[in-house]
Design a binder for this molecule. Structure first.
Ligand SMILES: NC(=O)c1ccc[n+]([C@@H]2O[C@H](COP(=O)([O-])OP(=O)(O)OC[C@H]3O[C@@H](n4cnc5c(N)ncnc54)[C@H](O)[C@@H]3O)[C@@H](O)[C@H]2O)c1
Length: 267
């Protein structure tokens, strides 16, 4: 928002058709001069410019960045598009959730000016992996998702979709830290949010399909799932001036689930 309180700049939300992306778009309306709603099919949302883009497609991501540059100064990118373990094989999960994130952060980098900000969606799954001890080789692998042959090597090493999702999201947290270093000198900030189980089509699908999700829910201190609006509130904070000294970090918004899993089972 400008010093006069008027909305300005272009706010881009991926995965905007539904779920947390849609909640973020609604929450950020007041600070957007232009609102760009991105999804696989261009979302038809009142007051938003719909844009079709598969975030794993470098050409489509480049076209999105060009469109944003045409519309006006780049204010914020909220990257919520993603797929979960039951929605693809390891290769596709790594392509959409990790490669897509790096493509977007790289494509938007030239547009960064003072006050630009990005928030990418990671997941509490990235933190759960660390409870059992993350594999340093896999962490090193996901550090460079744009390396030649990355998807071939990663999908040969990671054959379980749940693990692919968790390491893709660990890679998102690393990509955010890397982008924060690149964007910072021009006054841009980059962070991620790691939701726990949230009531969206994806959250409901994983709860129904994976028995471990109910175990996680039972161990969640708040004893409930999150609402998309609760995550959108965290995202709104991160893109706002209130978070003007916050960059390169991940915010775990999970109702305490990771703390609950770390605690002895009886507590
Ligand atoms: N729901 C949860 O419990 C939960 C928990 C932790 C993290 N997350 C993460 O939060 C983000 C949002 O999840 P959600 O629950 O709102 O999901 P959702 O399935 O409700 O919405 C995701 C949106 O992303 C879009 N999308 C999928 N692949 C895409 C692609 N290749 N290019 C462009 N758009 C694409 C879908 O069409 C959909 O509209 C995801 O990154 C997800 O991994 C979700």
């Amino acid at each position: 928002m400008s010093a006069t309180g008027a909305a300005d700049g272009v706010v881009v939300v991926t995965g905007a058709a539904q779920g947390m992306g849609r909640a973020c778009l609604e929450r950020l309306r007041p600070v957007a001069g232009h609102l760009v709603a991105v999804d696989l099919d261009a979302p038809a949302i009142d007051g938003a410019h719909g844009f079709a883009c598969d975030v794993s497609d470098p050409g489509a991501v480049a076209r999105l960045a060009a469109e944003v540059a045409r519309l006006g100064p780049f204010r914020a990118l909220v990257h919520a598009a993603g797929i979960s373990p039951t929605m693809g094989d390891p290769r596709r999960i790594l392509a959409v959730d990790l490669v897509g994130t790096r493509l977007l952060l790289d494509a938007f980098e030239p547009l960064v000016t003072e006050g630009s900000s990005a928030v990418c969606f990671a997941s509490s799954a990235a933190h759960q992996v660390a409870l059992a001890g993350a594999d340093p080789d896999l962490d090193a692998l996901v550090e460079d998702p744009l390396a030649d042959g990355f998807l071939d090597r990663a999908s040969a090493r990671i054959t379980d979709s749940g693990l692919a999702y968790a390491y893709a999201k660990r890679g998102v947290i690393r990509a955010v830290a890397r982008a924060a270093v690149a964007w910072g000198p021009r006054g841009g900030r980059v962070n991620s949010v790691s939701p726990g189980i949230v009531e969206t089509a994806m959250g409901r699908r994983e709860l129904a399909a994976q028995p471990v999700m109910q175990v996680i829910l039972d161990r969640t201190p708040l004893r409930r799932t999150g609402r998309p609006e609760e995550i959108a509130a965290v995202v709104a904070f991160l893109v706002s001036e209130d978070a003007s000294f916050v960059s390169g970090t991940d915010v775990l918004a999970d109702g305490g689930s990771v703390a609950g899993l770390r605690a002895p089972a009886s507590s």
